[in-house]
Design a protein around this ligand. Sequence first.
Ligand SMILES: CC(C)(COP(=O)(O)OP(=O)(O)OC[C@H]1O[C@@H](n2cnc3c(N)ncnc32)[C@H](O)[C@@H]1OP(=O)(O)O)[C@@H](O)C(=O)NCCC(=O)NCCS
Length: 199
Amino acid sequence: MRNPFIAGGKLYLRGIEKEDLTGNMAKWSNDAEVTHYMVMGTFPNSGVIFSSPDSIEVEYKRLLKSRTDVVFAIVDKKTDRAIGITGLYDISWIPRHGDLRIAIGEKKSWGKGYGAEAVELLLGYAFGKLSLNSVQLGVNAEDKRANSCYKRAGFVYEGTRREFVYRNGRYYDANLYSILRSEFEAKKGPKGQKKKRKG
Ligand SMILES: CC(C)(COP(=O)(O)OP(=O)(O)OC[C@H]1O[C@@H](n2cnc3c(N)ncnc32)[C@H](O)[C@@H]1OP(=O)(O)O)[C@@H](O)C(=O)NCCC(=O)NCCS
């Protein structure tokens, strides 16, 4: 592992580096399959406007100085290669909440439990280290994988923003979810032990 900040079973989160954004992110954010369902703009232009290393460098510099966005590279422990990015955005420090965003850009890594693990690690950081009280997100209602991933992590469905996302000639609904610190802690069980999943 190289510069791990939070480590899990299959992956670790480390601070973003310039190459994560100008290399990987420039590639992933121009990939229509990766961005198809994106709602909240984990990548600045979310597949609508092109991204180039130069344009993403602007975002990288902004993130380095930001006091409201904390963004990590998601790294596969086996290969030490970044497979995506995730972070907490628009943190409000008085009500203590923030938006969770995630994108696994390496398509071969989809559906292998990396998203679920990255979300769990990020929530542990949000509640344990930043002492947030809740984390929220928005997701394309038709993105079955992402909806399952968030429900599995303990997010509670709050409602639907109708026709909130526009992609390639049609509108999609966006589902809104949140998780409270108390819900995350109850799910983890006593002493941070993860409760066994039913079934
Ligand atoms: C959405 C994303 C983060 C999920 O991460 P992932 O590693 O692919 O997902 P996981 O392997 O952790 O699977 C999560 C759940 O989806 C389920 N799933 C996997 N593939 C699925 C599919 N094709 N259809 C429906 N459910 C699927 C898994 O079984 C799992 O559900 P379970 O916990 O009930 O078993 C990732 O696929 C991604 O970043 N995609 C591209 C960008 C994007 O859309 N980001 C989300 C923006 S809100």
